[in-house]
Design a protein around this ligand. Structure first.
Ligand SMILES: Nc1nc2c(c(=O)[nH]1)N[C@H]1C(S)=C(S)[C@@H](COP(=O)(O)OP(=O)(O)OC[C@H]3O[C@@H](n4cnc5c(=O)[nH]c(N)nc54)[C@H](O)[C@@H]3O)O[C@H]1N2
Ligand SMILES: Nc1nc2c(c(=O)[nH]1)N[C@H]1C(S)=C(S)[C@@H](COP(=O)(O)OP(=O)(O)OC[C@H]3O[C@@H](n4cnc5c(=O)[nH]c(N)nc54)[C@H](O)[C@@H]3O)O[C@H]1N2
Ligand code: SF4
Ligand SMILES: [Mo]
Length: 749
């Protein structure tokens, strides 16, 4: 029992490799350390990984039997056969009456678990489900859409090798987003030849390490970034030759930038013109700039337009396809890929007619798709590994929407805010009790993948997601032994024969969507150590070889059919994570549409050309609330046990010292925080890091967990009790959680 086992931290998209020492009780993590053998994190972890025992063994409301909600609202335990057959019957019945497209799929994985969600498309196909979404459609779809139109392939920033790191509404010291973030930030800070530029209204831990902190007025990034782009043009810092070689549409962009009132825009953003100029010149002088934008702008005014102008700033300075700049990455899944349809020409949601980006319905329109008489409204929801009642805008409205549905099925490890409203909850093993992986693999030039092996046995009564999907698909009557038999016969002759038989299935449109379960029930059964859930990765490995043959070859897997098998074998056995592809920086150009970048997105340029003066009268709402900040002890709602936090256990409202003084409150005092949507009491934390007029609440708080007497106790404020579903991006519908108009009142004790 006392041996270090490799796995990964599941609390953010970095998924740092860790090793755990399981205690003599066979279930607790006695010790956790960074895994030096992990190819990306190389032993690094942040403070959070070391407290993962609270996810595994804490007071979380763990579920170990399927639950069915009774008419009186209480849950009762049922056995798996009953759960699967009842859910199947009800889904089929809804399909018969309203069509499978009235069953909406949500989720499919949080920060550490995407393998189960990879099997969900089979369930969707079995019941005719058509529409889906996930948390990506409340943060990243604007970025994906703009990226798809400009590049035709998702790109990422090589912060590690950049001369200048440029962070726009991102605090990597807390939120990470690239490997070994804190180490890399400190390296840049210490190196006089490198610089860091940060756009953030808050003096974050990252801003403190920066050479240029542009501490702008919240929600004004579009002005500041447009001014920066205009300064590039005004001061002759644009490499016209490079643009002519690698891009189209530069002239249209430059024409708009020529007319920008630079001084006025800096004044609107409330940042000193000289500082903006100096930062822009530093960026333009650099050999390489790596830019990361995140929620500070993606959940804020002009979000999609900001995603565009942010990319123009580093494109106009030639920062693509070279070390330390942006690159087009490989991967086992097409995460972040979008077709880049012009607005109105792509797929749309059935009721609201909202654009579907990267296959995802905007999260903020989900309630509109349900709370209506429209005949095409969603009637049921299948929610896997997500907590939308807590994580999506306007929790009260989300609860009303779930209650209006005929059927809600939730797959989770614990009782959650969303689970409480489900008709059925199906319990899954934790991420340390099963094979698991994520598709957040964006590394470059060596991209990695980590199939984590279970480090603990699963308790009786839970079923891993791939098994749940297989049972549902079989119960729906679309797959059975007759379908598996020929594949099993082929398997006996070897993988090559299996690959051939499998290709035959892909040619049959009715069966091709059921591939995940077909693989799971055939190839999966032959994989060692119960690794059936890895079966999908066999197809993913082959797909990776097909899409990136040279990159896979360079990583040492050879070519053709053999490369697919060798890559899959390496994934299966590489318990510490492995390198899947190796590139050179030039390859980015080959991956772009037409090998060029399109700079002129005319619809978005039009917005940049006609930015209004900022409205200055805040009316009843003198504060801007940033609802959902990443802090030292936040991790979405993955760790439910409140005791996991070593600090900030209450989840304070941060505010400027000036505002605190004016209100007459000091640290720990409670105030009444009011938005258009709701009111709540919260303790304050005055700090000189905040601008006057700006407030910040942490994310991931407000979860209710039973205390020792079985009484649910809520810790902190659930941010989305305060947010509105219709406060959102004009283009792709992402929420403006970082720009919530708010008011504060003192409360008398
Ligand atoms: N500790 C921790 N790390 C996490 C997570 C977690 O829950 N906890 N969650 C993970 C997930 S799912 C995600 S998506 C990422 C998100 O990672 P980030 O986007 O980095 O996290 P946030 O703290 O939400 O927002 C980033 C910054 O935006 C700033 N901001 C607010 N308003 C504005 C504005 O008007 N303009 C600008 N320029 N900035 C503004 C905030 O002050 C904040 O510092 O973090 C991941 N990592
Ligand atoms: N106001 C506001 N709202 C926000 C944000 C914000 O900044 N402000 N941030 C948003 C962002 S960027 C994101 S990404 C979302 C995240 O929100 P969600 O996508 O809802 O994801 P999580 O909070 O990570 O919840 C994951 C769920 O998975 C469960 N789980 C854990 N392990 C497993 C497993 O192995 N199997 C299964 N089936 N379930 C498991 C957990 O118990 C939890 O219920 O929140 C968003 N909401
Ligand atoms: S929370 Fe920290 S340790 Fe865990 S994956 Fe993210 S950066 Fe790594
Ligand atoms: Mo996120």
């Amino acid at each position: 029992m006392t041996e270090w086992k490799p796995t990964a931290c599941i609390l953010c998209e970095c998924n740092c490799g860790i090793q755990v020492l399981v205690g003599p009780d066979g279930r607790s993590f006695e010790k956790i350390r960074g895994d030096k053998l992990h190819p990306a994190s190389a032993g690094y972890t942040c403070n959070k990984a070391l407290r993962l025992d609270h996810y595994q063994n804490g007071r979380v409301g763990r579920l170990t039997a399927p639950l069915r909600r009774r008419a009186d609202g209480e849950f009762e335990e049922i056995d798996w056969d009953t759960a699967i057959s009842e859910i199947t019957a009800r889904l089929l019945e809804i399909k018969l009456r309203h069509g499978g497209e009235s069953i909406f799929y949500y989720g499919g994985g949080g920060q550490g678990n995407h393998l189960g969600g990879a099997y969900a498309p089979a369930t969707m196909a079995a019941f005719g489900m058509k529409y889906r979404s996930s948390a990506l459609a409340q943060e990243k779809t604007g970025d994906f859409w703009v990226g798809a139109r400009m590049f035709g392939h998702p790109v990422r920033a090589d912060v590690e090798h950049a001369e200048v790191a440029f962070f726009v509404g991102k605090n990597p010291y807390q939120s990470h987003g690239f490997p070994r973030a804190r180490t890399v930030l400190k390296e840049i800070h210490k190196d006089p030849a490198r610089s860091m530029i940060v756009l953030d209204p808050v003096r974050t831990e990252t801003a403190e390490l920066a050479d240029f902190h542009l501490q702008l007025r919240p929600g004004t990034d579009v002005y500041l970034l447009t001014a920066m782009a205009a300064i590039l043009l005004r001061d002759n810092l644009i490499d016209a030759e490079w643009l002519a070689e690698h891009t189209t549409g530069a002239d249209e962009v430059l024409q708009v930038l020529r007319a920008v009132p630079i001084e006025k825009y800096c004044a609107i953003a409330d940042v000193d013109l000289d500082l903006v100029t100096a930062a822009t010149h530093r960026l333009a002088r650099a050999e390489s700039v790596a830019a990361l934008e995140d929620l500070g702008v993606q959940m804020n005014r002009y979000s999609t337009v900001v995603s565009y102008i942010e990319k123009l700033v580093w494109m106009l300075t030639g920062n693509l396809g070279k070390p330390g700049a942006q690159y087009a990455f490989t991967g086992l899944a097409a995460l972040g890929h979008d077709r880049g349809h012009p607005m109105g020409e792509g797929p749309e949601s059935p009721v609201a007619g909202a654009p579907i980006i990267s296959g995802l319905v905007p999260c903020n329109v989900i309630t509109e798709e349900i709370l209506t008489d429209h005949p095409a409204r969603y009637r049921a929801m299948f929610i896997e590994s997500a907590n939308p009642v807590h994580s999506l805008a306007d929790s009260a409205r989300m609860r009303a929407a779930l209650e209006a549905l005929e059927l809600v099925v939730v797959v989770d490890v614990a009782m959650t805010e969303t689970g409480r409203l489900a008709d059925y909850i199906l319990p899954a093993p934790t991420q340390f009790e099963k094979y698991e992986a994520t598709f957040f693999n964006f590394d470059f030039p060596r991209n990695i993948f980590h199939l984590r092996h279970p480090v603990l046995p699963a308790p009786e009564g839970v079923l891993a997601e791939p098994e749940i999907h297989a049972r549902l698909v079989e119960a729906a009557g679309v797959l059975g032994e007759d379908d598996y038999a020929p594949l099993r016969v082929a398997l006996e002759q070897g993988r090559e024969a299996f690959a051939m038989a499998f290709l035959g299935i892909l040619a049959d449109p009715a069966k091709s969507k059921l591939v995940p379960v077909l693989l799971y029930r055939t190839l999966g059964q032959t994989l060692p150590d119960g690794a059936a859930a890895a079966a999908m990765l066999w197809a993913a490995a082959y797909n990776c070889v097909r899409k990136f043959p040279q990159s896979v070859e360079r990583a040492g897997y050879g070519t053709g059919l053999e490369a697919g098998e060798r890559l899959f074998e390496a994934i299966l056995t590489g318990a510490h994570g492995i390198v899947i592809t190796e590139d050179d920086y030039d390859v980015t150009w080959n991956r772009l549409r037409g090998n060029k970048v399109r700079l002129d997105l005319t619809d978005l340029l039009e917005v940049l050309a006609t930015l209004p003066d900022l409205d200055s009268d805040p009316g009843d709402w003198p504060f801007v609330l940033s609802a959902g900040e990443r802090r030292a002890f936040t991790a979405n709602t993955i760790v439910r046990d409140p005791d996991w936090r070593k600090r900030d256990g209450a989840g304070t409202l941060r505010m400027s010292e000036t505002d605190a003084e004016r209100l007459g409150v000091s640290a720990g005092d409670r105030v009444l925080l009011t938005t258009r949507r709701g009111s709540t009491e919260v303790p304050v934390e005055p700090t000189d890091r905040m601008r006057p007029g700006h407030l910040s609440l942490p994310n991931g708080f407000g979860l209710a967990v039973d205390d020792d007497n079985g009484k649910p106790v809520q810790t902190g404020v659930a941010p989305n009790e305060l947010t509105e579903f219709d406060s959102r991006d004009e283009w792709v519908g992402t929420p403006w959680h970082k720009y919530v108009p708010a008011r504060l009142d003192t409360v008398t004790a």
